[in-house]
Design a protein around this ligand. Sequence first.
Ligand SMILES: Cc1cc2nc3c(=O)[nH]c(=O)nc-3n(C[C@H](O)[C@H](O)[C@H](O)COP(=O)(O)O)c2cc1C
Length: 170
Amino acid sequence: MTTANDLDIKTSGDSKVLIVYYSHSGNTRKVAREIHKVVGGDLVGIEPLEPYPNDYSTLVEQAKRELHSGFMPELDQGPVNVESYDTVFVGSPNWWHTIAPPVITFLSRADLSGKTIIPFITHGGGGSGRSVSDIANLCPHATVLEGLSVYGADARAARLWLESHWPIKR
Ligand SMILES: Cc1cc2nc3c(=O)[nH]c(=O)nc-3n(C[C@H](O)[C@H](O)[C@H](O)COP(=O)(O)O)c2cc1C
């Protein structure tokens, strides 16, 4: 479970890169921190106002219900100001083949028009599922790259991806 102390709010001043993620059990957070080490920029963890249950089967059922109904949980911070960024790494665990509801809330509320979005999805063997196309549907005026999908918290896989893709060429 995430506590407030685990949350990342680190800013580096004049950067144009934002790394924003939700993580329930820590994998996506580890990958986000790895990306931040290589890329720099600002790192922001988002959290739902009402934390998700720790019990795995309760969580899995709740996530399924929320995703089926299109529920968007309130977040525990105000809207993240995305205006000054060109590139936004968006991180989520794969939940039921798509992104977790807090990330849906974030993407629905942020105006990412004209920005480049790089999804990073951590998963338990199913890859990124529909995550990338679902992100693209939520951000119709952004350029959404294929990004990276990482099994568990494989930081090395994230580093390898960045070595061959970063900086991205526009
Ligand atoms: C509610 C729920 C649904 C999940 N659905 C999938 C899935 O469809 N495919 C998959 O490969 N992994 C699935 N997983 C596993 C997570 O994607 C994986 O453990 C992820 O790395 C967790 O990230 P986190 O530690 O940042 O929360 C699911 C996990 C949960 C809790």
